[in-house]
Ligand binder design. Structure first.
Ligand code: NDP
Length: 319
């Protein structure tokens, strides 16, 4: 595994991390979840990304992770980076959603309890909440660090202009923002125009999520929707309607290029991100050890010829 320093801090993150959004909940196979976490950690994937609402039912991914940690990995706690987040709807009533101090403080306490951890390495504001003054959310993050409940803080999916204000506020209060989490894949490149240059200028790390566009950028959907795939699952965030004929055509063309490179489509999609110096780490998801094994191979070939890049560009412009 390769590790990169995150922004202007001393923290190194693996270039590929593992996220527990899907496939680690109470309704998933615990043994499979355990094998994926242990397999990844044994191969140098030191960063595990959680959030209060991950898993079905919500919160159960933190419980699964906590159990696996307690049973097998506790001796390695200091070799791991574990994050959680709050920001999206988690519990009923006015205090279980958004960016209020009340929600963030209550939520991190719940997440610590579910995971059995004393502290998180990173705690994120999961989204910008326009109904809460930015100062309130940011001061809650700062106090979370001062209380020892998290070592670093980050923000996720904030619009560029609000992100800049948040980064400045955090820096002025001597709790610099470790990282910004944003969606980034060959099919979602919005962060390239404003967010990535802004983070570089401000010395903040960028952690990409959904690098395979939830599995679209793989061989999963080239000839239909497999029954065990995210798109087929009731609780999956990827919807069948997203898999259009036009998109399938794009994926098939990408797959041919990947084959020419001697890679799977998933590997090529990851290599394409790994070549970008502005990305500190990319959080992959997985439903099996085989997928993680396949994805880690992407590190072996992150070079793209200018011809390959222009083919990718022209395939994407057909999307
Ligand atoms: P990906 O885009 O990597 O999608 C993961 C899915 O792709 C897997 O569940 C699997 O689908 C499929 N897949 C993975 N590897 C392969 C392979 N080699 N071959 C075929 N299919 C493969 O990431 P996610 O969308 O899961 O997001 C990753 C993480 O990012 C989350 O767990 C979370 O930690 C973070 N995240 C953060 C967000 C935020 O708001 N900050 C939002 C969303 C995600 P299948 O299950 O069908 O097999």
């Amino acid at each position: 595994m390769e590790y990169k320093i995150c922004g202007n801090t001393g923290l190194k993150l693996p270039v590929l991390s593992l996220g527990l959004w899907h496939n680690f909940g109470e309704t998933d196979d615990f043994e499979n979840s355990r094998q994926m976490i242990c397999y990844a950690f044994d191969r140098g994937v030191t960063y595990f990304d959680l959030a209060n609402n991950y898993g079905t039912p919500q919160g159960s991914a933190e419980e699964t992770f906590g159990l696996i940690l307690k049973r097998e990995l506790l001796a390695h706690r200091d070799e791991m980076i574990i994050s959680s987040k709050a920001g999206h709807m988690m519990w009923e009533g006015p205090y279980g959603d958004g960016g209020s101090r009340k929600y963030l403080m209550a939520s991190i306490n719940q997440s610590l309890k579910r995971t059995g951890l004393d502290y998180f390495d990173i705690f994120y504001s999961h989204r910008y909440d326009p109904e809460t003054p930015l100062e309130e959310t940011i001061m809650a993050l700062i106090d979370i660090v001062k209380q020892g409940k998290a070592l670093y803080v980050g923000i996720s999916k904030y619009p560029p202009e609000v992100a800049l204000k948040a980064l400045v506020m955090l820096r002025e209060n001597k709790v610099p923002c470790l990282a910004y989490q944003g969606r980034y894949s060959m099919l979602s490149r919005e962060v390239e125009s404003h967010i990535l240059p802004l983070l570089q200028q401000e010395g903040c790390g960028f952690i990409g999520f959904s690098p395979l566009a939830q599995g679209l950028l793989s061989d999963r959907y080239l000839t239909g929707i497999p029954l065990d795939s995210r798109a087929a699952k009731v609780n999956g965030y990827l919807k069948k309607e997203q898999i259009t004929e036009d998109l399938t055509l794009v994926l098939k063309k990408m797959n041919l290029l990947a084959q020419e490179r001697g890679q799977t489509l998933a590997q090529m999609a990851l290599s394409w991100i790994l070549k970008n110096n502005l990305v500190t780490s990319t959080i992959i998801g997985a439903s099996s050890v085989d997928q993680i094994q396949n994805n880690l191979q992407a590190l072996k070939n992150i070079e793209f010829s200018s011809e390959e890049l222009s083919i990718i560009q022209s395939i994407l412009s057909d999307e």
